[in-house]
Design a protein around this ligand. Sequence first.
Ligand code: HMG
Ligand code: MG
Length: 297
Amino acid sequence: MDDIRLVEVGPRDGLQNEARPLTVADRVEMIEGLIGAGLRTIEAGSFVSPKWVPQMAGSGEVLALLGRREGINLPMLVPNLKGFEAARDAGAEEIAIFASASETFSQKNINCSIDESFERFVPVLEGARAAGMRVRGYVSCVLGCPYEGEVALSSVVDVARRLHDIGCYEISLGDTIGTGTPRAAAAMVKAVAAEIPMSAVALHEHNTYGQALANILACLDAGVRVFDSSVGGLGGCPYAKGATGNVATEELVYMLEGMGIRTGVDLPKLAQVAIDTAAKLGRDPVSPISKILAARA
Ligand code: HMG
Ligand code: MG
């Protein structure tokens, strides 16, 4: 089996919807813990409007405090040129832009249509190219939309192809509200991979309906090798009401390692980050196995 790459999105997706925002220092400590547990790609924050998502304010300070680390990739989410410039000036080496396969979700999440979002991305990609920064792309609502329900596969494929065409090196397919089921997920990634290389496809599962690991396994069998996850199963989008967290990184790592797939992640250390972060958020870790795994330390 080819190498699997994990993209930890806990410090961004995991925290952006929490009632109790974490301080910059707590976010740095969380990311240090994730690095210490062996994760190599960690989405460290976002440069979106603090009026829309106050939990991500101070993301530039988070990045500055972490500094550059050999072998560690800390992408930052950006919606537009303003966000890109802030990310670049804060020292980001990689950014992620985000589009939606659903028109209504695009309007609710970033206040513009799908086509308008691509107009905003053009100068972002130009700027990133000039600054030598890599750009990842997300497609939201690939297996359902909180406003429109079913989303046409043709729209998912079209938005993924457009992101790839404008220069995103990898396209993360977001099951934003976790409504996907395994066969639909596999059919969706295969349809996307008919247009862009499978090596450029990633899966971003939310676990609202408890389907995330099953969907990941189906997509692993279909050829996907990059998976997003969030420590402790934290996560959600403020503009996707009812959506719960991402697949928990510790559950994903446990499954992969059990299948003989090496991840390089130390499970007890990772589980401790889940527990410590949940405590700071004033809640239990969403993923129940974190307590069992942390006890093995
Ligand atoms: P807007 O109100 O249409 O923006 O919001 P605008 O261009 O009209 O500007 C309005 C104000 O926002 C201005 O400030 C701008 O300067 C400011 P004012 O003059 O009122 O003081 N502004 C910014 N400030 C900081 N950073 C920026 C920025 N841009 C404008 N980058 C905007 C449009 C995109 C900014 C807004 O809708 C927004 O921030 N949305 C972000 C929503 C978000 O973060 N959602 C969650 C992430 S996506 C997700 O979770 C899905 C994913 O996980 C995959 C999946 O699960 O499917 C990725
Ligand atoms: Mg998400």
